[in-house]
Design a binder for this molecule. Sequence first.
Ligand SMILES: [Zn+2]
Ligand SMILES: [Zn+2]
Length: 335
Amino acid sequence: MRPCFHPRLVNDHFGDPTLFIPFLYEKRALMFDLGDVCPLSSRDILKLTHIFVTHTHVDHFIGFDHVLRILLGREKSLHLFGPPGFLQNVEGKLAGYTWNLVENYSNEFSLNVTEINVDSMVRKVYRCRNRFEATGTEYKALFQRKLLEESSFSVHAVHLDHKIPCLGLSLKEHFHVNVLKDRLKGLNLPVGPWLKKFKDAIYNKENEETLFKVVWNEGSQKYKKEFLLGELKKKIVRITPGQKIVYITDIRYTPENVERVIDFARDADSLFIEASFLDAEQKTAYEKYHLTARQAGSLARQAGVKQFKLFHFSPRYTHNPELLYQEAEAAFSNP
Ligand SMILES: [Zn+2]
Ligand SMILES: [Zn+2]
């Protein structure tokens, strides 16, 4: 199976936490957290449509200015989600600059910002041409863990305790459409942009009796073949369960957090989880509202995840980061 999402941490395990999640066949990406994003190319930053921020400690939010600068003047709407107080945090950032020349920009750039409170979501839109002044509350809804729903995936959040509310995040692909390359060959069909349209039709559960046109070019020659959607699906596709990616960072190991994380990360294919300290420094970890590597490995095991990846190491382990991996691995494989 070839997953549609290929998440990668932007920085190494000592750097700011940020998970970049590009889509396989599209110039599009999501991101969990917004720490230092300088290692990302402008091309990658331009792919971003939605950024989900766990909390606004500086190591999780300092990348805001960098992203804003690259997107300014573009025809784009960037969606940002964050914890309670997020609208004020974003407004504070925007108020730090002077916006007297933006009215003449030919493109419409806007920030679509949603604050996730414990039981409600509030959204405001900040338009660049309007000097990023909010035009009032545009949306208010109940918060029931779901932040975003699209035809092929959804993003969920859970509130966790980091002395302040901190969001745990997950991305779930509804199901995965695998195109079987040898079957394509058998039908003399090339790979190409039509595959995305075809997959979208399946994700959108379009009527299988509708006619689907496969169109492609070879040199100056145009080709077209027609199939019933359901018939082509049967011939070239295998449907498998979609992947689940979970991102947990900056939490204290309390019974309530543990229960929530295990439930939220249940059976994930990939769990990205912080491991700031070794268990020998459990007391420090607790006082700083962070996890130890043993706690991270144990959470991964209890949630039954397939694999996990650690990040957010304290700089005190600069010379022996392998100890954190070993400790987490041991807790993951042996209760
Ligand atoms: Zn923090
Ligand atoms: Zn942090």
